[in-house]
Write a protein that binds this ligand. Structure first.
Ligand SMILES: Nc1ncnc2c1ncn2[C@@H]1O[C@H](COP(=O)(O)OP(=O)(O)O)[C@@H](O)[C@H]1O
Ligand SMILES: CC(=O)N[C@@H](CCC(=O)OP(=O)(O)O)C(=O)O
Length: 304
């Protein structure tokens, strides 16, 4: 089958240059051959069509060069727009959506029904077969109700009820290994299965971290909308230790959604992932740049 026009190398590269680029990737291809890489793909990153198509191709490429990618996706903006259409107001506490029983059905429909299939399609369209599942399938992510502590001031915090927001308790990776073993790319919606049959809405960063730890991923790539973790001067930190991360949070240089993101990375490396990287999903080919070039991207977080 001929390749579509937009799959071909850009005209700006001569054939010689194109061959040199491929040859230059050899040491990195050897380093990651056979490894598992978990990629968290956020809802904001999906909105821009050309970036989304590039993402799908990059994941397909990873598979075709012998790496095992697992994608865990979000879908916050997509849930928001469906809630708006239904006239339901969303409320967030510390970046987590307060989720009641009626909302969980809508959330499952959007995450598992719509977004999950779209992400799997992006990859399959690029020539590697992806299969969409949710964290409920094969009891991949077993969850309990999250007890969230919201900070009221510098020294105090109070427990708040977020409804059906889940905390991953156990990850059973057998369904992932079955798909990987069959040469497929698992695409996971961030839902959890409760012990009593309840469905939990899990923050996608948290779900990706739990999966990365359980499969002992060689990298957890967290795509977001900043170049990485920024220090007190707004400069990207190339490598962050757990100690340094805790200091930056304590001193208020890491705030908002970046706090749970960094904490998730720390947990994933403690649980068995080799390293986590927070990188800019707005940069085209950000995953390839991180894995296959010398400079790397984003902020690398390793176990102590
Ligand atoms: N030190 C920091 N470095 C980088 N980003 C930070 C930092 N502190 C807070 N942030 C904020 O964290 C945001 C990323 O978190 P979030 O919005 O939850 O990402 P996503 O929607 O991609 O999961 C950034 O857009 C930025 O505004
Ligand atoms: C509990 C909780 O907040 N869950 C998220 C799940 C989706 C998500 O995390 O999507 P992004 O990665 O696109 O933000 C939500 O309901 O929005």
């Amino acid at each position: 089958m001929p390749l579509p026009e937009d799959f071909l190398a850009p005209d700006s590269l001569s054939d010689q240059q194109q061959a040199a680029v491929l040859a230059g990737a050899l040491p990195y291809l050897r380093r990651y051959a056979g490894d598992t890489i978990v990629v968290k793909y956020g809802g904001h990153a999906m909105v821009e069509n050309s970036l989304a198509a590039t993402f799908g191709r990059d994941i397909a490429l990873l598979k075709l060069v012998g790496i095992n990618p697992i994608v865990v996706h979000g879908g916050g903006p997509q849930i928001n727009s469906m809630m708006k259409r239904l006239g339901v107001e969303s409320r967030f506490i510390d970046g987590l959506r307060v989720t009641d029983r009626e909302m969980i059905d809508v959330i499952e429909m959007v995450l598992s029904g719509t977004v999950n299939k779209q992400v799997a399609d992006l990859i399959s369209h690029a020539g590697a077969l992806a299969v969409g599942i949710s964290g409920r399938d094969g009891r991949l992510i077993q969850a309990s109700r999250l007890v969230h502590y919201h900070r009221t001031d510098e020294n105090e915090s109070e427990a708040v009820d977020l409804g059906f927001v889940g905390k991953p308790e156990r990850v059973d990776p057998r369904v992932l290994y079955a798909l990987l073993g069959a040469g497929l790319i698992p695409v996971v919606a961030p839902l959890g299965a409760g012990d009593e049959g309840e469905i939990y809405n899990i923050n996608a960063d948290t779900a990706a971290g739990a999966v990365a730890g359980a499969v002992r991923a060689s990298r957890l790539l967290m795509l977001t909308d900043v170049p990485g973790v920024l220090d007190e001067n707004g400069q990207r930190i190339e490598e962050l230790t757990a100690e340094e991360a805790r200091r930056l949070i304590r001193e208020g240089h890491i705030t908002g959604g970046m706090i749970p993101k960094v904490e998730t990375c720390l947990k994933a490396v403690q649980a068995g992932a080799k390293a986590a990287v927070i990188l800019d999903g707005r940069v085209p080919h950000t995953c390839l740049l991180e894995l296959f070039t010398k400079a790397g991207q984003g902020t690398l977080i390793k176990a102590d």
